[in-house]
Design a protein. Sequence first.
Length: 242
Amino acid sequence: MAFNRIVASLAPINSEALTSRMVGIGMNFAASPAPEPNIEDTILLASIEGVEKHDLRVLAVLVTWLGIHAPWVNADRLTNLVAAEKSVRMKALWSALALWQRRDRRFARLGEVYVGPRHDVVGAGTDYQIQRYGEDKRFEASPIRVAANVLRDRVADVLQPSVLAGRHLAYRYRVMMGPNYRADMWAALERQPELTAAALARCTYGSFASAWRVRRDFGLIRGAASPGSGFRPQRSKPTRSA
């Protein structure tokens, strides 16, 4: 049975639900957190809110978040999601963000999703603002233009990795196993051990083959750790002193 990874555009959600999701991945907004939302879904939807709906506060916090948490983003899935979007401005933004993170080669493909003229984040007055305050150094020579005073960059606006890892199970597994589909699948099985391989693939956007292997490995580890498994830690034998 084959199962292709889901790369279609995401369905839009209302602002209240999005805010809860953003809080759930460590962005400090005044709302209750959604329980462990998917990371790539959330940051893509946040970027739509920032670019297409011109919410500069959301965009500012998103950029700060990415500057801290980029090492644990699934770059492969994010690239596929952005490539599936129709908005040119969206592609320009994510290409710019990927170029900012160019030291992480996982984002190289994302940096190539847009080729074309630069886009202004703010609809009017960008030339004047840049002349007065200079350009935001995070986006210099990138597909977007934004003045240095437009997107506030405060570390206090997002949770640190050590804190988020204690609150978001999939994020914690990404820290341990790397930012990949396997980590998300393992976290999903910790929450719902009864998931079939097909259901596991669907809820984590992974392939059936990967889900089947993770399901097998998860069962093996659980069996080895169960009280009746016969598993005992090996102890070294004491040596006789001369």
